[in-house]
Design a protein around this ligand. Structure first.
Ligand code: NAD
Length: 241
């Protein structure tokens, strides 16, 4: 068994997800954060023993095995390019990326192992499967996806809602979307199938964003030994025994 810690770069380190990643990585002896990247030049160069870099200093970060990116679409390209250049793994949860950026992921996957996912929680992976099964079993029913998030979230519908919509489409449904931005909601996804005189409702509520950070850290640890390619969270999470 290889007990060498996986060396991580955390990109978007001052954000809500970045802070959760730094806190949870510190609790895992098999992970070592070697660089934290923040958008603007940091006030402190070293925080809790971790060197901090501005986004403009990305080229100068030390060697790492996997970068974890939870930033914004404008921060996505440079960190993906750096991983491809250095042969490092790439894990990104940044939502709202463009088609061009999706194509860049596909191109980079010929050189490095990577995961881009709109949601790193196990519960949402299960919800997507349930939505697809419900859509298959309920042909002709209306399908509506309502997502709620905190007021700071920029993209709408959420990336997770779009992922659930794809699952519904695989099952033959034609989903519609609605988005609510209110207070400090971490993330709720409600999928409703409506027939004549009856409804089926499926819902996932995130009550703590640590679920996403734990999932991303787990996936990063799994990615190190993988061949180049684009993996799904489901490919790297062992099913419960
Ligand atoms: P946030 O606004 O708290 O943090 C975003 C961080 O990115 C900030 O620290 C900002 O300084 C940094 N940033 C912005 N532009 C940058 C750039 N050019 N270079 C480097 N850093 C830059 O947001 P958050 O709640 O932490 O979410 C971050 C992203 O992750 C969003 O896209 C959000 O939708 C997504 N998200 C995904 C999941 C998932 O499971 N996939 C879960 C939660 C959030």
């Amino acid at each position: 068994m290889n007990n060498t810690p996986t060396r991580l770069l955390i990109h978007g380190a001052s954000g809500r997800m970045g802070q959760a990643l730094l806190r949870l990585a510190a609790e895992d002896s098999l992970l070592q954060v070697v660089a934290a990247v923040v958008r603007k030049p940091p006030a402190q160069r070293v925080v809790d023993g971790i060197p901090h870099f501005a986004a403009s200093e990305l080229a100068g970060v030390p060697a790492f095995d996997v970068a974890i990116d939870f930033s914004l679409p404008e921060g996505f390209d440079p960190v993906l390019a750096l991983c491809a250049e250095r042969g490092a793994g790439f894990v990104s949860g940044t939502t709202g990326i463009s088609e061009r950026q999706q194509a860049a992921l596909t191109a980079a996957a010929t050189r490095i192992p990577l995961v881009w996912a709109t949601n790193f929680s196990l519960g949402v992976a299960v919800l997507a499967e349930l939505v697809e099964r419900a859509a298959l079993a309920l042909p002709g029913w209306d399908c509506d996806i309502v997502e709620s998030h905190h007021v700071h979230k920029k993209d709408a519908p959420s990336g997770t809602a779009l992922t659930l919509g794809e699952a519904a489409q695989h099952g033959g449904a034609d989903p519609r979307y609605a988005s609510l931005r209110a207070g400090d909601i971490i993330g709720e996804h409600f999928v409703q199938f409506t027939g004549l005189g009856e409804r089926v409702e499926l819902v996932h509520r995130a009550t703590n964003r640590d679920i996403f950070a734990r999932g991303a850290l787990h996936v990063a640890g799994q990615l190190v030994r993988r061949a180049p390619g684009q993996y799904r969270v489901r490919d790297l999470v062992a099913p419960p025994a």
